[in-house]
Design a protein. Structure first.
Length: 516
């Protein structure tokens, strides 16, 4: 029955493709994706729609994958230079680029886009907080003037809030974008958008990169939350690429006649926020006890089939700032019991609630492991599987009524530790967004800010400050950092060219791909 339903959904869409004269097996593909859309506004986007937005919109520059000879590659810019004091960055821009609405790309478009994003102040717009002004030097030269010397190239290459859009949308709001409209320069346009169902990433004929050579030209995205359904579509050759399959199915997919799994580096990690605003989690020794009661090795084995490693702190290993100098809490039940006794909770004797995103199969697998180990130290855990938006909304409403433990999958907005350290743990006052431990430490806030302002002139000093800040947090334990994950893409063997870039998690850059 499931297979027949999948075939019906897929083939029901074929007449549209044929009528548009865009479908050919060697140029087009189906992507069964578990990644939903919270907004299509490029200034506001800050969630799992990244994989689509990064194919529709472009930034000035892009961070290259690990091992590349150069740190950046150029997209809408062709080069940049910095002043000696790190307060000014001048970018030369690519000529002959058009937006999807036919508007010509130029310096005014850059100025409009970044200023719109900063002014709206939503999503990741805060990354432009230290931007003083943007000066248009001429049609194809633009200067960014900063208040302090922050890493502007990394910000300009951000996975969020750095997209360049057509000035033709100056009078449009998020609602206009969320109807399925776009205003990018990328190789693909958004077509036939049906929220929560399906949409097309369709070839933009006038793309500045051209269409000579091997490229996937049109992608039918089928929003598919269920990992088993994604697996069935992959094995039935009804999808060339899928985002998430049952963990137990990886061995068969890796050995499949027509399927494979591509593994690569990741800057993604899982964490468990402790609600520090109320007893007993307002006691640091209780939090530290729980951190030592988490069965990290079992979580790696059972929750991730070995495709992970125990995290050390907020910054994943491999990213700048992720080092072995950061304190790591090891699984130790005896130490956990000792710390609980010292905190006045000998034998545990209390109950906690733990929430996770129901859509996340990994969290569903390892949440019971935490529950089981906590029971061994006398702590009862009530697990709540909630839709992601529900879980997040509840956590942001009122810390005093929120969950005790919040499981979260995180990835950085851009390739400097500041954004992660700031977003997850800086004092957000009474309106938390990502600091779901509700943690407050002025010394920590000051330390990461100093590191951020130092990175351009003295990277080694900045690195030490970032490490010190992480160790300060590890001693306070507002969060238990669970695992850093290994990224993977299950796919058909015919699909070639997908490159794993940890700076852009869960992003398949389709223009780089082709079908053999």
């Amino acid at each position: 029955m499931v297979h027949r339903l999948i075939k019906f959904m897929f083939f029901a869409f074929i007449p549209f493709l044929l009528a548009a004269n865009v479908w050919a097996a060697e140029k087009n593909m189906v992507f069964a994706s578990p990644y939903g859309v919270t907004t299509l506004d490029p200034s506001v986007s800050y969630s799992t729609e990244l994989g689509y937005m990064a194919n529709i919109y472009e930034t000035l520059i892009r961070v290259n994958p690990p091992g590349s000879s150069d740190l950046f590659s150029y997209l809408l810019a062709t080069g940049y230079s910095a002043s000696a004091d790190g307060l000014e960055y001048t970018f030369t821009l690519r000529k002959g680029v058009k937006f999807h609405d036919g508007t010509n790309f130029n310096a005014q478009a850059v100025k409009f886009s970044i200023e719109r994003t900063k002014k709206l102040g939503k999503g990741a717009g805060f990354i432009w907080a230290d931007l003083k002004e943007i000066q248009v030097i001429d049609d194809y030269t633009v200067k960014f003037v900063l208040n302090i010397p922050v890493p502007l190239p990394q910000i300009a290459a951000s996975a969020y809030a750095s997209y360049i859009m057509s000035p033709g949308v100056k009078d449009k709001d998020s609602a206009w974008f969320n109807k399925g409209n776009d205003a990018g320069t990328g190789p693909y346009m958004l077509k036939n958008y049906k929220d929560g169902e399906s949409w097309m990433l369709a070839k933009f004929e006038q793309y500045w990169g051209g269409w000579d050579g091997k490229h996937v030209e049109n992608i039918l995205v089928k929003y598919t939350k269920d990992p088993l359904t994604q697996l069935q579509m992959l094995q039935a050759d009804q999808a060339m690429l899928v985002g998430r399959i049952p963990l137990d199915s990886y061995p068969s997919v890796k050995k499949g006649k027509n399927t494979k799994v591509l593994y690569g580096p990741s800057y993604q990690n899982y964490m468990a926020f402790f609600n520090t605003t109320r007893p007993p989690l307002d006691n640091v020794k209780v939090r530290k006890a729980l951190a030592h009661a988490i069965p990290y090795d079992d979580i790696i084995t059972i929750g991730f089939n070995g495709m992970a490693s125990q995290a050390r702190g907020p910054v994943p290993q491999g990213q700048f700032g992720g080092t072995e100098d950061v304190i790591q809490h090891k699984y130790d039940l005896e130490l956990a019991k000792k710390l609980l006794a010292e905190a006045g909770h000998k034998g545990g004797g209390f109950k906690l609630s733990l929430s996770y995103a129901a859509e996340n199969a990994q969290e569903a697998r390892f949440a019971p492991l935490i529950q089981s180990e906590f029971k061994k130290i006398g702590v009862e855990v009530e697990i709540k599987a909630l839709a992601w938006n529900t879980q997040w909304s509840m956590a942001k409403e009122d810390p005093k009524k929120a969950q005790d433990i919040f499981l979260l999958l995180w990835w950085p907005t851009y390739s400097d530790p500041y954004e992660t350290l700031f977003s997850l743990l800086h004092d957000e006052g009474k309106k938390p967004v990502w600091n779901l431990a509700y943690y407050r430490n002025a010394a920590y806030d000051d330390m990461i800010r100093k590191a951020y302002e130092t990175i351009g002139s003295n990277p080694q000093k900045a690195l030490q400050l970032y490490v010190d800040a992480q160790n300060l947090v590890q001693n306070d334990v507002p969060v238990a950092w669970v695992v850093d994950i290994v990224a993977n893409w299950p796919m058909n063997k015919k699909l070639q060219g997908l490159v794993m870039n940890p700076a852009y998690p869960n992003v398949p850059f389709f223009y780089e791909m082709h079908l053999e």
